[in-house]
Ligand binder design. Sequence first.
Ligand SMILES: [Zn+2]
Ligand SMILES: [Zn+2]
Length: 676
Amino acid sequence: MSLHIVRVVLDAPIDRSFDYRYQPSDGDEGMPQVGQLVAVPFGRRSVVGLVVSTGSSTDVPPEKLKDIAHCYHNIPSFDKAWLDLCRFAASYYHRALGEVALNVLPKIIRQNKQKSIEKALGALDRMPKGKTAISVGKPVLNASQQQAANTIINATGFSAFLLYGVTGSGKTEVYLRAVAEKLSRSPDAQVLLMVPEINLTPQLEERVHSRFPEENIALLHSGLSEGQRLRNWLAAMTGTARIILGTRLSVMVPAPNLSLIVVDEEHDPSYKQQEGLRYSARDLAVWRANYLKIPIVLGSATPSLESWRHVQMGRYQQMELPERAMENVSHPEVSLIDTSSEPVVDGLTQPLVAAIQKRLGKNEISLLFLNRRGFAPVISCNACGWMSTCHRCSAYMVYHKTGRLLRCHHCGLARIIPKCCPDCGNLDLQALGQGTQRIEENIRHLFPEARVQRIDADSTSRKGALQQAFDSIYRGETDIVIGTQMIAKGHDFQNLTLVGVLDPDTALFSHDYRAGERLFAQLMQVAGRAGRNAMKADANPAQVMIQTRYPKHPLYQAMCQRRYDAYIHELMEERKMAGFPPFGYQALLMAEAKDINKAMAFLQVAKSLLAKHHGITVSDAIPMAVMRVANVERAQLLVESVSRPLLQSALSDWLPQLKAQKTQVRWSIEIDPLSI
Ligand SMILES: [Zn+2]
Ligand SMILES: [Zn+2]
């Protein structure tokens, strides 16, 4: 009797496969195929494995060879394209294949909950099959929108488009035209639309749904229940849903007939996963499009320097939407308030206060942007200089007035604010600096009649609270909005004519060379909130006011003159001089230990192991910017090269050597780190 061997990978950080025996039995559906999921015994547990090959021989001695326990015949096999995507992600990010492939599966499948899987499959059978590609309510496009849409529609094979357009220039409409065209060309065609954040999915879903009422939309983001996630995932995998809409995790969904990918706000740092498999969903999306030979559209008002560079090198095609799409809508005027000469009282200058005053009573909304939550970033003692440091982290604890708490934003530690200075007993403790809560208090004091809405992680922690806050603004029940970066993206408020930016300067002097690029993107986005709708004739003109001590800084000058690409070019020159991305490639080795010296010593050894690789630059090991978090001390080592292949091959050689080190230091590697 011949032997049936099934080779599987498991969800484990070990880069190897395991052999199992398949024994045919009555009534089963035959030998599992490559790409199929199986349940197998591993140690004392039963775990899910992915079949990577089948055969008739194995090196495992017969007495040790175990049988597969169960084959998931009800779930279709993964196709080669999906397996290759996982293989690429595993090799590029230096992870094990099983770790990548099994980790992206819905939890219910990984836990082999057959009842729930059957239920989800049943629900799928009852779903109406759309496939009519009815597209309703199309607005008229302007010339540049039409041209961009046509270019995408007529593209054949792999083409990457950078759709560069200011906020309100109508990028989404271009995406939807391309989607409609793709869906109408083939009854099986699928499209993947990606957005950077969960809270942007409801509005896009609504818009897509009203445009394509007959289509099933598979929504994928981390806010779904496990049951929903499984259902939507299966809908995409089986082709029942032709439109897939999601955040970064949706890039790994199996979709057998993908014919277009859209990555909106492609520059957004949220596309980078910051733990576990630290992948860039945007980069994987481009790889996937290239592999499948389909078009991909990357949209942004502030493209990443990486994408900009691809355009320069002729790899991506740039398309520009220079105008705001609606008539009577103009760009807001940007002005700078120099806080070295203009006094700042409770976080606000007189010109900004006057501008808010002008909007009240005219039903116009003012928005104040301050990217710092809490009441004050630190409290201190006037007498002895004590500051509210966190005893577990090298960071200050933030004063939150609600509950009179000090909270550490790094480790989550919270404690009641002391009645007097813990060091000297002085009763006079002072809150230093401004957070959103404090600005809210000041605004309520200045404008007691105004309806004020604060939007940050604290005010919206309750489920549904964020949507409620946005709804109240949409209904016109708010005069002044105060918020962190949560309000910067995508939201389209009626009658918003003033944006005030408070205290943005810290990013200008960050140790992180990308901080300027990020600040610029954020300010552009928040500025784009102003004047998005056609306004009444007597309305105030749309205005953006930035309070800064450095009005001459090129970043702010570029904002004022609306010469956005000028600033990008300046950043490009800086990066080129320094050999930073996109002119070089980086990997970051991070080490964690109870004692920083141990982490540093490990990194020194790691550095010495890299010495023989040519074309590789290794910086000195340094403690991380916030060195200690929750009593764990952290250090990092930056590895760079001007050649991606050289860097990759050095890593392939180096990482196994690191794994062989006997150390108590926890370490991890990040490829293409976004912050260093
Ligand atoms: Zn004191
Ligand atoms: Zn802490």
